[in-house]
Design a protein around this ligand. Structure first.
Ligand SMILES: [Zn+2]
Length: 290
């Protein structure tokens, strides 16, 4: 658990994203939920021992940010309107609960009994939604909830001015592999600029250590490198399939090829990245020509 502001904390050592919370004078506000069921229930019980949890704000629809919501059944979830729409689809993108239980038997036996547990029957999608932005006041804290599309379409940053902190989800991967599997890279670059204009000392990324605004340039460069690589394939008239047969040096685009906690990412991520960017670049060219 890492302190990132006077009343703000993030957990960067869990399997999954960096779930975070702010301790206000009127209870807790959480940013994303722990991915592993056992981590989620331990968090909730420890917090509720001290104060109620007022809100849980999701930064994006990827499973490592939302699958723990179910273990906070009485907490109001806040999310972008597009996140509400796609919540269930993303939640089950990796299979049914039964399949999840089977996977956890291998990877996290302590969590197995909590999958489909009768105390947690609902997935707890966002109930309070917004389109452009939303400001919540809880105790003495302000939560500026900002739509910053990029890594995903509903991508959301939470700026807490009293703490000098912004929580960005996966628009920022600090020194670990950047996933561009469904991003709009141009919106992403625009959102990184917007994050840069916030008056903050600390950025809490979706993965990796908390950092400062100095890292934004490096993150933007990684997105630009991948776009540049795929643009050169497109300019040569290569299809996505052909492009994937070309030699692709990941570390030339992204100097941090390992995931958070040094977990190895394979070709699958590269393939998804190339396919997505190839499609996006063609669409953009077609839009310009029209
Ligand atoms: Zn993500």
């Amino acid at each position: 658990m890492r302190r990132v502001g006077p009343h703000s904390f993030t957990e960067i050592y869990f399997a999954g994203c960096n779930p975070s919370f702010i301790e206000t004078s009127d209870g807790y506000v959480m940013i994303d939920s722990p991915q592993q069921p056992i981590d989620a229930v331990r968090w909730r019980e420890r917090m509720e021992e001290r104060a109620p949890i007022r809100y849980l704000i999701n930064t994006e629809p990827h499973g490592d940010h939302i699958s723990g919501n179910a273990y906070f059944p009485h907490v109001t979830v806040v999310g972008h309107v597009k996140l509400q729409e796609c919540f269930e689809r993303y939640l089950y993108a990796f299979g049914t609960l039964e399949e999840k239980r089977e996977r956890l038997k291998e990877t996290d036996p302590d969590s197995v009994w909590l999958v489909g547990h009768p105390d947690y029957p609902a997935s707890n999608p966002p109930k309070l939604t917004f389109t452009d932005d939303l400001t919540l006041h809880v105790g003495n804290h302000t939560f500026n909830i900002l739509h910053h599309p990029g890594h995903t379409a509903p991508q959301t940053s939470i700026h807490v001015p009293e703490e000098g902190v912004v929580f960005t989800g996966d628009n920022i991967f600090y020194k670990c592999r950047t996933w561009l599997q469904e991003c709009d890279p141009w919106e992403w670059l625009d959102s990184l600029n917007k994050i840069g204009s916030l008056d903050v000392d600390v950025i809490v990324p979706g993965h990796g250590d908390p950092c400062s605004k100095a890292y934004l340039k490096e993150q933007a460069q990684i997105v630009e490198n991948w776009v540049g690589l795929v643009e050169r394939f497109v300019d040569r008239g290569l299809s996505a399939e052909d492009a994937l047969k070309e030699p692709i040096e990941v570390t030339k685009q992204d100097p941090y090829p390992l995931g958070q906690r040094l977990f190895m990412h394979n070709e699958r991520v590269t393939n998804l990245t190339i396919r997505n960017l190839h499609k996006r670049i063609l669409e953009r060219k077609a839009g310009r020509a029209a």
